[in-house]
Design a protein around this ligand. Structure first.
Ligand SMILES: C[S@@+](CC[C@H](N)C(=O)[O-])C[C@H]1O[C@@H](n2cnc3c(N)ncnc32)[C@H](O)[C@@H]1O
Length: 312
């Protein structure tokens, strides 16, 4: 896993943009998001159909690469019952997973964003699948999609619930949990892991790409760790839907381990440069000044395998 490239953050960080500016920006964002509600900063299947379809194709390829390396299985989706958490504005990834012979695709979310994806978007995904997997696969997926669109049943389904309660899923019913740029938005990702521990069968695998950066455009480029300057009491007070939860990789590792997962691996996929970290870390809230918080990580992939022996 060591040969996965790490991208350095460009060294552009004015010193004056420290805690007071972060606090004011955060308060303004809170007002904006509380009025507007959750908005997905990801792709836009309404306005950029091809870009959104290609993004989904790319995400599934990236999951595939991590899983091949982690499991040693060249066909890591084959016959796997897949659960995607936080799919965003469309379910294109699900079709690419079924094209890779997944047993079924179940998606869960808290925001009904998938209304944004049109028939044209799914046709575009099927065209890409036809190019890569052939006409027969694309035709059978078109039928699965039709069934989903008719009654949200079959090998492809979607649950959207305001409380994001994974307790409604059957025990041991999932082989593979997948998530992209979503765990950082969950209200209680550690509780989600706790619930997954019942839902995922022993030997099942968890893969989540987590974006640990500030999500505010512009600030994200010049000061990606700005959210960590704010003390917990302030951050909690100015809470808005989808706010990054500031859960660090060490907390994922600890929670997975306590809930009966092993082979826990954290792969940094985007790290800051040392100079920025050296200047920023002394201004962070105290719990982010700890070495275990690994503040150089801006984005990670977390992988784990559900234990065969139940810990109780
Ligand atoms: C940035 S989007 C990522 C979407 C998609 N996976 C992608 O890569 O483009 C974040 C996802 O997390 C979901 N989400 C946001 N807040 C959530 C919460 N509190 N609980 C559960 N899901 C949440 C959103 O609805 C959305 O699906």
């Amino acid at each position: 896993m060591n040969n996965i490239p790490r991208v350095e953050t460009p060294p552009r960080r004015p010193q004056w943009m420290l805690s007071p500016l972060a606090a004011v920006t955060h308060a303004a964002l809170t007002v904006f998001h509380r009025i507007r509600g959750y908005t997905s900063p990801g792709t836009s299947p309404e306005t950029d159909i091809e870009g959104a379809a290609r993004y989904d194709e790319q995400i599934v390829k990236s999951w595939r690469n991590y899983l091949v390396e982690y499991t040693g299985d060249e066909n890591p989706f084959q016959k796997k019952r897949c659960l995607e958490l936080g799919p965003g504005p469309d379910l294109g990834a699900g079709l690419f997973l079924l094209a890779e012979d997944a047993a079924f695709y179940q998606a869960m979310d808290v925001n009904p964003l998938i209304k944004r994806a049109s028939k044209d978007f799914y046709n575009q995904v099927l065209t890409l699948i036809k190019d890569s997997h052939g006409t027969t696969v694309a035709k059978s997926l078109a039928q699965i999609l039709e069934k989903y669109q008719a009654d949200n049943s079959g090998l492809f389904s979607y649950i959207c619930q305001p409380d994001f309660d994974l307790g409604i899923l059957e025990a041991d019913s999932i082989d593979l949990v997948l998530s992209q740029a979503a765990f950082e938005h969950f209200n209680d990702p550690l509780q989600t892991i706790n619930q997954l521990s019942r839902v995922v069968r022993p030997g099942g695998v968890f893969l989540a790409q987590v974006d640990l950066m500030t999500h505010t455009p512009f600030v994200r480029d010049i000061d990606p760790l700005s959210i960590y300057r704010l003390p917990d009491w302030y951050y909690r007070g100015f809470h808005y839907p989808g706010i990054p939860n500031r859960v660090r990789p060490d907390e994922y590792v600890k929670t997975l381990s306590l809930n009966g997962w092993s082979d826990i691996t954290v792969i940094p996929t985007h790290v800051v440069d040392n100079e920025y970290l050296r200047r920023t870390q002394p201004h962070m809230a105290s719990r982010f000044r700890h070495r275990d918080a690994e503040m150089s990580f801006l984005s990670v992939v977390v992988l784990a395998r559900r234990d065969y022996i139940d810990e109780q």
